[in-house]
Design a protein around this ligand. Structure first.
Ligand SMILES: [Zn+2]
Length: 335
C-alpha cells in the first residue's frame, strides 16, 4: 500500500477561529516528531488565505507578523524533514478582518466560484506565490476548501494559468446537498488517479489536470453517534482535539442524515474517524494500491496519532507525498 496523508492546515471558520498555536503549530509539531522516528510523511494543504490575511493586517497589528513568521518557519521545517506542502484555498479570508483581538470571519463568499474570474485568477496566483516563496519550491497540487470543486469550469482557467495541475479534492461517492457549499462526487470513477479537463468526475486521457481522489470510506451511523457523544463531554482526553476553535455549523439535516444512515465520507485521521483507518488500510495491503487519507491538524486527537502510529508499523506500506506525482506534470514529456 502507498499511503498519502494530506492534512488541511487551517484554523476554524466559525465564531471562534481558535489559535494558531493549538490549531496549527502544536498538532503539526506532533506529526513532525512522529516522522522523525518512523516512515510517516505528511502533505500540509496550507490555507494560504490566512497567511495573506496575516500579512495584510501586519502593519496595524505587529503580533500578526510574528504569527506569520512562526508558521512560515514550521512549513520550511516540514519541507526540510521530507514532508510536502501544497495549496488549499479558502477565499473567504479576502472578506474577513482582524479587529485587534480576533478574526471576524465572513463566509458569504465561501467558495472560489463565488468570486469573479479576475479575482479568482488573482487569488490563485497570490496564494501560490506566497506559499512557493515561503517554502522555496514549486507548488502544483490543490485541494478546494470545503470540497467546493464544482462547478470546475469556473476555476479551471485560474488553476491552469498558474500551473496548478494536480487536484486532490474528490471523494468518490461523497455528496453534500448544502445549497451554499455543497458538492456531488457521486458518479466519480473508482480508479486511484485519472486525468481530466473540464469535469473532475470525467476522465480525459488528454486532460491537463490529474485527479488523485481521497479514498472513500463507507461509515454507518455508529461513528457519528460516537462523535456526537465524544463532543458532549463523555469521552476521555483521547478524544480531545488539539484545536481550540468552533467549526462552521452544518444544517440540521447534515447531522441527521449522518446519525441515521450510512454515508460515504473521506478516509480521515480526524478524531473518531481515525478508527476506520487500520481496517481500510488492511483491505489494501498486499497491493500497490493508494490509500489517500485526509484530515486537519486542528482536529487531531491522541487517538488519531495512535492510529497513525499503528499504520507506520505495517511492513508493506510506503508513505508518499504529492512530490511523488511530479512525473505526471502536463509539461513532462506529454504529447
Ligand atoms: Zn479547509
Amino acid at each position: 500500500v502507498r499511503i498519502l496523508l494530506g492534512l488541511d492546515y487551517e484554523l476554524f471558520f466559525g465564531r471562534n477561529t481558535g489559535t494558531p498555536e493549538r490549531c496549527l503549530l502544536a498538532p503539526t509539531e506532533a506529526l513532525l516528531d512522529m516522522g522523525r522516528s518512523s516512515s510517516l510523511r505528511v502533505c500540509l494543504f496550507v490555507d494560504v488565505g490566512y497567511l495573506v490575511a496575516l500579512r495584510r493586517h501586519a502593519t496595524a497589528f505587529p503580533a500578526l507578523d510574528r504569527t506569520f513568521s512562526v508558521i512560515a518557519a514550521q512549513l520550511r521545517k516540514a519541507v526540510s524533514l521530507g514532508h510536502d506542502v501544497q495549496l488549499h484555498v479558502h477565499p473567504h479570508w479576502e472578506d474577513s478582518r482582524f479587529d485587534g483581538e480576533r478574526w471576524v470571519i465572513d463566509t458569504c463568499r465561501y467558495r472560489l466560484q463565488d468570486f469573479n474570474d479576475s479575482d479568482t485568477h488573482t487569488i490563485v496566483r497570490e496564494y501560490k506565490a506566497v506559499l512557493a516563496e515561503i517554502c522555496d519550491r514549486d507548488i502544483y497540487a490543490f485541494r478546494a476548501g470545503g470540497w467546493c470543486l464544482q462547478p470546475f469550469p469556473q476555476i479551471k482557467n485560474a488553476l491552469k494559468a498558474n500551473s496548478v495541475w494536480l487536484d486532490s479534492t474528490v471523494v468518490p461517492g461523497g455528496h453534500n446537498p448544502d445549497p451554499h457549499h455543497g458538492f456531488d462526487f457521486r458518479g466519480a470513477p473508482s480508479a486511484e488517479q485519472w486525468r481530466f479537463d473540464d469535469d473532475p468526475l470525467a476522465p480525459d486521457a488528454d486532460g491537463y489536470f490529474l485527479e488523485v481522489p481521497i479514498t472513500p470510506v463507507v461509515t454507518g451511523p455508529s461513528l457519528y453517534w460516537k462523535m456526537a457523544m465524544s463532543r458532549v463531554g463523555t469521552g476521555s482526553a483521547t478524544f480531545d482535539r488539539f484545536g481550540d476553535g468552533d467549526p462552521i455549523e452544518h444544517t440540521q439535516s447534515y447531522y441527521l442524515t449522518r446519525l441515521l444512515s450510512t454515508t460515504v465520507g473521506p478516509a480521515s485521521v480526524d478524531g473518531a474517524k481515525a478508527s476506520y483507518l487500520p481496517r481500510r488500510c488492511r483491505e489494501l495491503r498486499g497491493t500497490s494500491g493508494l490509500f489517500n487519507v485526509m484530515g486537519h491538524p486542528k482536529s487531531l486527537t491522541a487517538f488519531s496519532l495512535a492510529k497513525l502510529r499503528e499504520l507506520t508499523t505495517y511492513e508493506d506500506t510506503e508513505w508518499i507525498t504529492f512530490r511523488d506525482f511530479s512525473d505526471y506534470a502536463p509539461s513532462a514529456g506529454r504529447t
